[in-house]
Design a binder for this molecule. Structure first.
Ligand code: HEC
Length: 131
């Protein structure tokens, strides 16, 4: 029984870390909209949604950026860091087609990013809570 003692208490800091990350994430989104965050430019989520549809991102990543096992991974609501996001869209290394600044200007990409970041989190399920 002694062996299992440690694991029980390890859950508490892990959960605390999760909460901290969640708060930090929510702050980043707000800061981005306020143009206070240096790394992520302000984006217009409503416009971003339209661009996400117009450029067909949704065809592979789903209308909510939720992804699909077959066509493309989930992109939101917690998108990868903005820099990684843009560099991947410009120069994908896998199956995805590249999008140059001529096709999707930087501001459009910032708007798409804002849209993906603004997607609601799916409700927790019993399975995901147990993880
Ligand atoms: C033809 C299907 C397709 C389209 C259209 C497409 N993607 Fe992708 N995307 C993928 C696939 C597949 C991947 C997984 C990596 C790979 O194979 O390139 C991916 C990966 C990504 C990633 C990296 C995700 C990660 O977690 O590393 C980003 C960001 C991304 N796509 C954004 C976009 C945006 C923005 C658009 C529209 C401008 C778009 N994609 C259009 C298929 C697509």
């Amino acid at each position: 029984m002694k062996i299992f003692r440690g694991t029980k208490y390890a859950i508490v800091p892990a959960f605390a870390a999760l909460v901290i990350f969640a708060i930090a994430g929510a702050r980043n989104v707000r800061a981005g909209q306020d143009e206070k965050n240096s790394g992520t430019p302000a984006g217009n989520a409503t416009r971003g949604k339209q661009i996400f549809y117009d450029h067909g991102c949704y065809e592979c990543h789903g209308r909510e950026g939720q992804g699909s096992i077959v066509t493309g991974p989930r992109l939101g609501p917690d998108p990868i860091p903005y820099e990684s996001f843009t560099s991947y869209v410009r120069k994908p290394t896998g199956e995805m087609p590249p999008y140059t600044t001529k096709v999707v200007p930087d501001q459009d990409l910032a708007d798409i990013y804002a849209y993906l970041a603004s997607r609601p989190h799916p409700p927790a399920t019993k399975t995901s809570a147990a993880k």
